[in-house]
Each structure stands twice: as C-alpha cells, then as structure tokens.
Ligand binder design. Structure first.
Ligand code: C5P
Length: 223
C-alpha cells in the first residue's frame, strides 16, 4: 500500500499513439502501446491523485477511478490538452504523438493503381512545447523522449527547448526499453542534470516519475 501523498494533486497524463487518417480506411500511426502512460495513471491513482488520462487508441483496459478521455488524432489531443492543462498540477506527456498528418483526408477510399503515389504531410502541433510555453506557476511538466542516438545530448536539449521540468529519455535500441515492452531503461533529465537508471518495470517507473515530480516541486534536484 503506497502512502497517498498526491491526494491534493490533479495529475494529467497523455498515453498511446495518435492515428492520422489518410482516407476512411487507412491511417498513419506508430508502435506505442500506451503501457507507460497507463502505468503512470495507475500509480497516480494509487497515490491518491485526481487523475485524467488523455489516451490515443490502445488495446489496454481502462484504469479504475481514472477519468479517461479517448482521442484519435494529434489535433484532437491538442484541443483536449489545452483545456485540461489549465486545471492540472502535474502533467506527464507519455503519448507518442504523430509528428505529421496527411494534408488532406480523402472522403472516399483511395483507389489502388499501378503508379507510384505520394501523400503530402503537414506538421502537427507540438503539444508538449505548447504546454511548456503556457506553463502556469507551480505546474510541473514531464515529457518523454525516444531517441536512437545521442540520447543524453538530444534529451537535454529537448528538455530545455520544450521547457519541461523533467524529461524521461529512452533509447529504442537498448534491450528492455521502448514501445511494446513491460520494462524500460531510462535516463531522468532536467535542464541541468542527467541520471541514468537501471532497467525497471513500467509500473515502478510510474511511481518514480511521480515521486521525482514531487521532489522537483519541493525544490530538490534530481541527484
Ligand atoms: O520531439 P519529440 O517528439 O521527441 O518529443 C517527445 C515528447 O513530446 C513526448 O513527451 C511527447 O508526448 C511530446 N510530443 C507532443 N506533441 C507532438 C510531439 C511530441 O506533445 N506533436
């Protein structure tokens, strides 16, 4: 039984992938399972927080006692987050938001031909960067970064650029880290510190992230 030390906190979490429609039957997405975001939501609930989970399409069961708002596209997620962020004390952005979406969604199924074809893509808004820019006083924001090289350097730059208090960096190429696994191997990154952690379960990492956010709020540094 965990001590309910987040009982006065509102925690807002994003999880899962987004799906960006090409036509009524096809979409562009990624391999995110939603496991890490759901594990954080579960941990926050166990710690007594009032939890809202904004979830892309996943095949995980809902978390008991957590207010879950389902979304499909990055634009849907952005609209919900602009609203919900105003009420949150802690925000954890674990979703793998698609960076681009098709410029046009065809209203009918695109017919197959023998020709090469191209899909024009436009960038999606960076939701975490928006949250960082509009961060309220006392709000603690945690982002994620998945990289395949120069992890520490890229993650720290990302933490600064997106104005996060904490960034959870993982390298997709390390065994036991990444999308479909139940474990993760991460580095906790702040604007001026880096802390490499040993492999842990996504559940354990959920509690650790929330504890670290509380410590940051209390003015402690990561080391
Ligand atoms: O820049 P990059 O996609 O690596 O950043 C990852 C972090 O930014 C994650 O926390 C993810 O949830 C968030 N993100 C976002 N909106 C995007 C892209 C990423 O909120 N369009």
């Amino acid at each position: 039984q965990q001590e309910k030390n987040l009982s006065n906190k509102k925690v807002l979490i994003t999880a899962g992938p987004t799906q960006e429609a090409i036509d009524p039957v096809r979409f562009i997405s990624n391999h995110s399972s939603g496991k890490q975001g759901y594990a954080i939501a579960k941990a926050a609930k166990e710690l007594g927080a009032d939890v809202t989970l904004v979830s892309g399409p996943v095949s995980l069961p809902p978390v008991d006692g957590v207010h879950t708002i389902p979304v499909t596209t990055a634009l849907d997620m952005f609209e919900v987050m602009k609203e919900e962020a105003q009420k949150a004390d802690y925000i954890v952005m674990a979703a793998a938001v698609a960076d681009y979406r098709p410029a046009k969604v065809a209203s009918d199924k695109i017919k197959k031909t023998k020709e090469e074809t191209q899909i024009e893509m436009v960038p999606n808004p960076d939701i975490l960067a928006w949250i960082g820019q509009h961060k309220q006083e006392n709000q603690i924001v945690c982002g994620f970064a998945m990289e395949t090289k120069d992890l520490d350097k890229n993650a720290q730059e990302k933490c600064i650029r997106k104005n996060c208090d904490l960034l959870i960096a993982n390298n997709l190429k390390v065994e036991g880290a990444g999308f479909q696994t139940d474990t993760n191997v991460v580095t906790l990154v702040s604007k001026n510190t880096l802390k490499h952690l040993p492999k842990c379960t996504k559940e354990e990492l959920g509690f650790l992230i929330l504890r670290t956010m509380k410590e940051i709020e209390e003015g402690k540094s990561l080391c």
